[in-house]
Design a protein around this ligand. Structure first.
Ligand code: ADP
Length: 246
């Protein structure tokens, strides 16, 4: 990210390498209840990202010294499979995955009604099977759906998107090449009903005007992504209702 490069990231018509306009999202698809043994699950395809999320809980927090008598805690674990990137990634946690796990846990903690489950923990496993930039936001967006599919009471869903700067231009939803050769990357997640920001990070530099342009692109995009989340949950509800003979 951010190193000067003469790689061309826009064509003569101002379109991006994958044919998108600066404000376009990559295709997004979310499916729920894909794992039988989890309390809730979701699978997201976002551009070339493929991410599986499994939710377990609320259940008694362990070890017991972690228990909070006032509320549950959400423990997200973000993991990238060894085969998820071009060159094999060394398996296991690293600084990046620990940081991402922390920011995702905090974002979900804000959305879940944790006060209803004292002494409990809710585990959210985010497994990146194929990575193509924007995995923390795609993982978090799918995690919120998996929590809702698990029936965990929530104030709101959490929905995110990234924007950034590529060849001096602000663009939405960076692809892998744009992330590698661009000048800035701004992942943001909000709770869509209140608009409250629950995750915001920035890699690289944006001027105040660019930052405002990027965030307004993101907020607009989250409306569409939130609709995809809700459609996935509706489909999940209607197929469960069929199973129950409703
Ligand atoms: P995010 O995936 O949330 O955008 P980063 O900006 O840290 O997070 O990473 C951007 C992209 O870089 C990832 O989506 C992935 O495609 C790639 N990437 C991250 N870590 C590695 C790694 N260890 N090896 C190869 N590619 C990686």
């Amino acid at each position: 990210m951010g190193t000067a490069s003469d790689k061309k990231l826009f064509d003569d018509n101002g379109l991006r390498l994958d044919g998108r306009s600066p404000g376009d999202l990559r295709p997004i698809r979310i499916e729920t209840d894909v794992l039988n043994r989890a309390d809730g699950s979701a699978f997201i395809e976002w551009g070339g990202n493929k991410i599986q999320v499994a939710v377990y809980g609320p259940r008694e927090a362990y070890p017991r010294h972690m228990q909070d008598i006032n509320q549950a805690f959400v423990r997200a674990r973000y993991n990238m499979a060894a085969f998820s990137v071009d060159e094999r990634k060394r398996p296991g946690p690293d600084r990046r995955s620990m940081e991402i796990s922390k920011v995702i846990s905090e974002a979900l903690q804000a959305a879940v009604m944790v006060e209803l489950f004292p002494r409990a923990q809710i585990d959210v496993f985010i497994e990146v099977l194929q990575a193509d930039a924007g995995t923390r936001i795609a993982g978090l967006t799918a995690a919120a759906v998996a929590l809702a599919a698990a029936g965990v009471p929530m104030r709101d869903l959490v929905v995110g998107c990234t924007a950034g700067k590529v060849d001096g231009k602000v663009v939405l939803d960076l692809s892998k090449e744009e992330d590698n050769f661009g000048q800035a990357d701004l992942p943001v997640a909000i709770m869509p009903k209140s608009g409250k920001v629950v995750l915001m990070q920035m890699d690289g530099d944006l001027s105040i005007d660019e930052f405002n342009e990027a965030t307004s692109m993101i907020f607009k995009a989250t409306e569409r992504i939130n609709q995809i989340q809700r459609d996935a949950l509706k489909k999940n509800y209607s197929s469960n209702a069929q199973d129950w003979g409703e």
